[in-house]
Design a binder for this molecule. Sequence first.
Ligand SMILES: *Cc1c(COP(=O)(O)O)cnc(C)c1O
Ligand code: SF4
Length: 332
Amino acid sequence: MRLTPYYASLIMPGAVNDPVLLQCVPTGEMIDNVGEEIPPVAADHSPARLIDQFYPRVATIKVTNMCGMYCTHCLRIAHIGKKDRIYSKKAYQEALDYIRSNPGIRDVLITGGDAFVLPNDLLRWILQELDQIEHVRLKRMGSRIPVTTPQRIDSELLDILEKSNDQKPLRVVTQINTAQEITFVSRETFRQISKRVSAVLNQAVLLRGINDTRTKMWKLCETIQEACVRPYYVFNCSYRNPQFSHLRVPVAVGQDIIESMYGNVSGDAIPRSIATAGGKIPLHRSNVQGRAGNDLVLKKPWSGEEVKYPDASEKDHSSGDFSFKRYIKCSR
Ligand SMILES: *Cc1c(COP(=O)(O)O)cnc(C)c1O
Ligand code: SF4
């Protein structure tokens, strides 16, 4: 468990299954459910040190495995929070060399862990190196720091982002899962970032008790839109690590929530609903080919390949007694 004093201050005292508390404080379920993690498919696509490349034209550099906080639902939970790592300049140099020697790579995603954990000097250097590579046309940085430790976004970092964005478009991709994570402080931070980069995008995770109703998701998407952050993806919580299976939400519930937004919410506040199963598969009804027991059969739009995707159980999802509610009997 890791959380900052600021993030802890977002927890509502007395709320048993508070949506911020659920994201940062592990419950006994994480021990009860402990089991073998199925490694993400992207992990099989590491052509160089620190690089994951699943798509031919997009490469990711995992610049650290540290984050401002550790999320109970983290897809990379097996790699995050064990031993904190920032790497040597040589390791970053190797990653940059790979990108330099592969002219097919157009978009580079600087991620982790959390990109903004790195010191400003290192971030400036990595961005400058990328901006000098002719075939790299755009960059992205993945960070939840504006939500968990907004104080870290200092004016020097904002200047670095703006300078790099002036060279080639830079987007910042964050993760906000509930409107409660937008405060006066984080809203102001996102406004500042949005003035300096080409876009600030949100990748939320659909999480039980956190954002799994129409009202909560509408409120999340509209609140972040007002903070200059555009909803980009909503991920179905992964089945690959049983530790957070109690936070999963059935695909059909997510489809209902997203469909309810059309005609009601501004179009640019409606995220794309995605399952990660060897690439990102959009969860449109036409992509769900059928059901085999608890598995859904999903179609990859780019290849037509069908993959089995274990769904969350409707029965577990509709029972209200989970996480802190399971252990603390309380009337609120
Ligand atoms: C998510 C992801 C990307 C970026 O995908 P977009 O759909 O462009 O946002 C790139 N590489 C890997 C390995 C990813 O998991
Ligand atoms: S910020 Fe992202 S990488 Fe870090 S713990 Fe949370 S989900 Fe995992």
